[in-house]
Design a protein around this ligand. Structure first.
Ligand code: GUN
Length: 171
């Protein structure tokens, strides 16, 4: 059955969390902690409150959320071990059809980024093609750790909005 805002607004906490567990990668705590702020007027309101939970969490919890994301064109993708949502997101950017040279470029930049910041590079893959992602990886490697922590959370907000749009039936 498609998820509706009405059903979410009248859900028990556990059911609410289960329904929205895929919106933030491997991080159901975001939905769980947002349940107390029901009811939500519309999808935009629900998204804003989920993001408020994420933005007001401790830096450690935020880092765990960032680290729950798979590398783009990384090992999990090659081994076909991504979540359904991540598989779709990476394919939409063309990351499932890379040449050997492009794959090597992603591997090198993923490693350099992880070595500098201690977390994976996050960009909303559905809003960027592979060329734009590689360019962003190169330029964001010059940023400070604080700027990249904030950039990652901003991209996770965009990922969550697209996932919510997909999941919630038009009311
Ligand atoms: N890692 C970096 N970008 C993304 C994205 O858009 N989706 C997922 N699932 N993981 C990512």
């Amino acid at each position: 059955m498609p998820l509706t805002l009405h059903a979410l607004n009248s859900s028990e906490r556990a059911a609410f969390t289960t329904s929205l567990r895929h919106i933030f990668e491997h991080s159901p705590w975001v939905a769980d902690e947002t349940w107390v702020r029901r009811p939500f007027r519309d999808v935009a309101h629900l998204h804003a409150e989920l993001c408020r939970t994420m933005q007001s969490a401790s830096p450690e919890k935020q880092l765990a959320l960032i680290c729950a994301h798979p590398d783009l064109a990384g090992r999990l993708a090659r081994q076909k071990q991504l979540t359904r949502e991540s598989t779709h997101e990476q394919a939409s950017a063309g990351l499932n059809q890379l040449s050997d040279a492009e794959l090597a470029a992603f591997q090198k930049l993923n490693e350099a980024y992880q070595a500098k910041f201690g977390h994976p590079f996050i960009i909303c893959a559905r809003l960027n093609a592979k060329e734009a992602i590689l360019a962003a990886m190169n330029s964001r490697l010059q940023h400070s750790p604080d700027a990249e922590h904030a950039a990652a959370l901003g991209e996770i907000e965009k990922i969550a909005r697209l996932r919510l749009n997909d999941s919630l039936a038009k009311q």
